[in-house]
Design a protein around this ligand. Structure first.
Ligand SMILES: Nc1ncnc2c1ncn2[C@@H]1O[C@H](COP(=O)(O)OP(=O)(O)OP(=O)(O)O)[C@@H](O)[C@H]1O
Ligand SMILES: [Mg+2]
Length: 403
């Protein structure tokens, strides 16, 4: 015996139907290992399934009833025993026997008559390999656990982020709609007061023509103001509805990109007056997706260029280019040669309610809606090219077939 405590010694299961062999191998190994023996296949399977399992099995091939190959096959089939290294130990020396053993999942094959130094060296090698494999396996389990925890944390963060974004959106909607509704309420209250005053004067029978004229003038002004603000609130509600991509009725179908682009440019004709538009789209570029969403995206991008890129009266140029993105999808670029978007605004332009035209009927939802449509409805991406100069350059990539 070596000085190693018995509990720490690796366990070797020796399987052989010949008692002399079992005795010989046990004598050879029992100073360094705990040796268990089995004299047939069934005993071998039972001993391998014991807890704790052996660290290595020396397995004779030729045995009555169940031979070593069968034992090995069954060991490798069971999860509890599959990882135990098996070394075949046999008088069979044909290369095909060796191949068959290794194919069944054995780690080594030693021919009898055995040489003590060789068998000891091979056992040492495979035991140390097993230690490394076990530790790798344990690390893998830890990595998998850490990965799962990371995924849960990410999901949690994404959820928290979404809730925060939703909160901001609701606050933004409330803020935007509050202004026109607040004005409308003030105007309506004022109109009621004016009507009450006039009624009072009329009741007293001292109404003058000028009172009535003043009342009519103020009522007309007030109703104009009322109309403008209620209309503004109504348009805001329409924009808010578009934030939710699912709200827009848009049938999926195969469509020609060129045709959609032309329709958009024709419908925007009056707004584009004074500007040069350079469209470039291959004929018959067919997509399977949502033409309505694409038209809205193009409309918003083109209208943004017209609204924000140029000085009043300045004749600008717009470039709309479509083509393959080289990876099975479509690249669509909408660019202008206007003033561009300042670096400090670039990270915010896709946020809801970001606008540099507040108070001029622009709630700042256009690019947010575009972003939602591109990513959710079309399954693509949109970025503002940071290199583009002069002007702005929006690059969209969408799959030829929407998700
Ligand atoms: N082509 C462009 N050139 C210069 N600035 C742009 C351009 N496109 C967008 N922007 C800037 O990005 C901001 C956000 O655009 P977005 O379309 O989201 O809102 P908006 O046009 O201001 O309002 P809305 O689209 O709701 O009417 C704009 O206010 C403007 O400052
Ligand atoms: Mg806009």
């Amino acid at each position: 015996m070596t000085g190693v405590a018995p509990g720490l010694q690796p366990t070797i299961l020796v399987v052989d139907d010949c008692p002399d062999n079992l005795e010989l191998i046990t004598a050879l190994l029992d100073d360094s290992y705990q040796v268990r023996v089995a004299s047939d296949g069934r005993q071998a399977l039972a001993a391998a399934a014991a807890v704790p399992p052996p660290d290595l099995i020396l397995l004779d091939v030729m045995m009555p009833d169940m031979d070593g190959y069968q034992v090995c096959r069954r060991l490798k089939r069971e999860a509890a025993t599959a990882a135990i290294p098996v070394i075949f130990l046999t008088a069979k020396t044909e290369i095909t026997d060796e191949e068959r053993g290794l194919e069944l999942g054995a780690v080594d094959y030693i021919s009898k008559p055995i040489s003590p130094p060789i068998i000891k060296a091979r056992i040492r090698t495979h035991l140390s390999l097993k230690v490394s494999t076990d530790s790798l396996r344990a690390t893998l389990v830890q990595v998998r656990t850490a990965h799962r925890q990371l995924q849960e944390t990410v999901e949690h963060l994404v959820h928290a982020e979404k809730m925060a974004a939703l909160g901001q959106l609701v606050a933004g909607v409330a803020h935007e709609i509050n202004t026109p509704l607040g004005i409308a309420i003030t105007v309506a209250t004022h109109m009621t007061e004016m009507a009450r005053e006039l009624a009072g004067v009329a009741d007293q029978g001292r109404i003058r023509k000028s009172d009535f004229k003043d009342f009519l003038k103020l009522t007309l002004e007030a109703s104009d103001l009322l109309y403008v603000n209620v209309n503004r609130a109504s348009r805001l509600v329409q924009s808010f509805k578009q934030i939710a991509v699912d709200q827009c009725a848009d049938e999926r179908r195969c469509f020609d990109l060129n045709a959609v682009l032309n329709d958009v440019l024709i419908s925007l004709g009056p707004a584009l007056k004074g500007h040069g538009v350079v469209p470039s789209c291959p004929a018959s570029l067919v997509l399977d997706g949502y033409p309505g969403a694409l038209a809205r995206i193009l409309t918003n991008l083109v209208m943004n260029a017209v609204t924000h890129a140029f000085e009043p009266g300045q004749a600008g140029r717009l470039f709309i280019t479509a083509g393959s993105d080289g990876a099975g999808g479509i690249e669509l670029v909408v660019a202008d040669d206007g003033r561009g978007i300042p670096a400090e605004h670039r990270s915010k332009i896709f946020d809801p309610f970001f606008t540099t035209r507040r108070g001029a009927g622009h709630p700042g939802l256009g690019l947010h809606i575009v972003f939602n449509l591109v990513t959710t409805r079309l399954g693509g991406t949109i970025v503002l090219d940071p290199q583009a100069t002069p002007g702005s350059r929006f690059v969209l990539r969408v799959p030829q077939t929407a998700p």
